[in-house]
Design a protein around this ligand. Structure first.
Ligand SMILES: Cc1cc2nc3c(=O)[nH]c(=O)nc-3n(C[C@H](O)[C@H](O)[C@H](O)COP(=O)(O)O)c2cc1C
Length: 229
């Protein structure tokens, strides 16, 4: 891998060909996060992005419905499929999953972006974000938590682990990583082209950085590259 900090020259090239006249390195903004980033916005979220959004529905033991977006979200295993998200703070979603062991993941597409945003409102646990955002809870097949009818793809998940994160010092952080096995999948058949899931046609919404940046993707962003044999 070339070290782009050095104007694109690879490390080996640098030391075999340019020992006499070293290129001037690009200016680097360096910081240690514990001392602050010294920028108008923390770049971390913009760099590790755009990220898929975990739009997580859950239900309390008493039956109250909950729906909230989590962009610290990703897939972690193929067989069985496992997804996970991190709650910064012990939020209602984590509390519900601790109680019931179940959650559903719902895909956010461009027409659903504003509704997704509304479901991030800080409301008391007894207020359903489904109602708040005008969304329809529809019964899942294997779990007691409903999925979002308006979303074209949903996963029914059973919680496998809830891990409280810790810093390199070993200090516990107020952040919980919730992992769940995907036990059932719902896909709108319109997104299956000759049986292949069409990511670009689905119009996934992805979270960027800053206070308000999102991205969506279309066929223009697609390129293909096979792994080396
Ligand atoms: C696009 C988006 C992504 C978010 N990602 C996260 C996240 O990864 N972790 C987190 O703790 N909160 C995240 N939030 C904030 C939560 O959605 C918000 O705190 C919500 O009220 C939590 O709901 P709950 O208490 O019902 O679980 C995000 C909000 C938005 C709009």
């Amino acid at each position: 891998m070339g070290d782009t900090r050095w104007g694109g020259f690879g490390y080996r090239q640098l030391h075999t060909q340019f020992t006499a006249e070293l290129p001037v390195p690009n200016a680097i903004h360096f910081y240690e996060p514990r001392d602050g980033h010294r920028l108008p916005h923390d770049p971390f979220n913009a760099i590790v992005g755009p990220r898929p959004i975990g739009w997580i529905s859950s239900r309390s033991a008493a039956g109250a419905l909950n729906l909230a977006p989590y962009s610290f979200f990703n897939a972690f295993n193929y067989t069985p499929p496992i997804v996970g998200f991190a709650s910064v703070g012990h939020k209602d979603t984590v509390h519900n999953i601790e109680q019931t062991g179940e959650f559903a993941w719902n895909l956010v597409t461009r027409p659903l972006a504003e509704a997704m945003n509304q479901t991030s409102a800080a409301v008391p646990p007894e207020v359903s974000e489904f109602a708040l955002a005008g969304l329809t809870p529809v019964a899942s097949r294997l779990i007691a938590v409903p999925r979002v009818l308006e979303s074209p793809v949903s996963f029914e998940c059973r919680c496998t682990q809830i891990v409280q994160l810790q810093a390199a010092s070993g200090d516990k952080l107020p952040t919980w990583l919730v992992l769940g096995e995907v036990v059932a999948v719902h896909i709108d058949q319109a997104l299956l082209k000759d049986g292949v899931y069409d990511t670009a046609a689905a119009g996934h919404v992805l979270r960027g950085g800053g206070a308000a940046d999102y991205f969506t993707i279309g066929p223009e962003q697609l390129f293909r590259m096979r792994r080396p044999a």
